[in-house]
Design a protein around this ligand. Structure first.
Ligand code: IMP
Length: 178
């Protein structure tokens, strides 16, 4: 589905992704058993991972969705993050898990963490499909990560290149990211 000229290599196969997501879901189910867990997804990329992960959870969960515009990654302008669509429900007193597709510089998530922490949740933590710690600009507590990756630009499992390839069930590195 990715043109051969664009595809560098498959980093994680569908089977590897399924296995790892199930492992992380088991950890989350154990930690939050008996709690009031809410998963918060960030449009658009994290929706695929949120759906996949939540189907492996063995505890009751609620979900809510945020949409943000983030200029941090593309325009190198730290702090320019804006909520375009807010959560539907309050999170006060709840245990919140922010679900991300990838944590890169961490600037987007730092903003989200600060904003959501100000709404009085009982706890707040981060779960990401991919973590690129080599590009991190700010310290962030990432409690759950499925895979650590290098500098490659990746697509699949919710991640896009010009809005394409989000629906691939595996994670691939592209040859010439622009
Ligand atoms: P940051 O952590 O604030 O730098 O922003 C992370 C966001 O950048 C993610 O939610 C993605 O939308 C985007 N992003 C970063 N790296 C990649 C990649 O390799 N492929 C696709 N999107 C990426």
């Amino acid at each position: 589905m990715i043109p051969p000229a664009l595809l560098d290599r498959v980093l994680f196969t569908e089977e590897q992704v399924n296995t790892r997501v199930a492992e992380v879901a088991a950890e989350i189910s154990a930690r939050y058993r008996g709690k009031d867990l809410k998963l918060i997804g960030v449009l658009k990329g994290s929706i695929y991972f949120l759906t996949h992960l939540s189907r492996h959870l063995t505890i009751p969960v609620k979900i809510d969705i945020l949409a943000i515009s983030s200029f941090s990654a593309r325009w190198q302008s730290p702090g320019l993050v804006r909520i375009e669509k807010d959560l539907d429900e309050p999170i006060e007193g709840q245990d919140v898990l922010i679900i991300e597709d990838i944590v890169d510089t961490g600037l987007t998530l730092r903003y989200l963490l600060q904003t959501l922490a100000g709404r009085g949740p009982n706890s707040i933590a981060i779960c990401t499909l991919l973590d690129r710690t080599s590009k991190r600009l700010v310290q962030l507590p990432v409690e759950y990560r499925c895979f650590e990756i290098d500098d490659s630009f990746v697509v699949g499992c919710g991640l896009d290149h010009r809005q394409l390839y989000r629906n691939l069930p595996y994670i691939a590195a592209l040859r010439r990211p622009e």
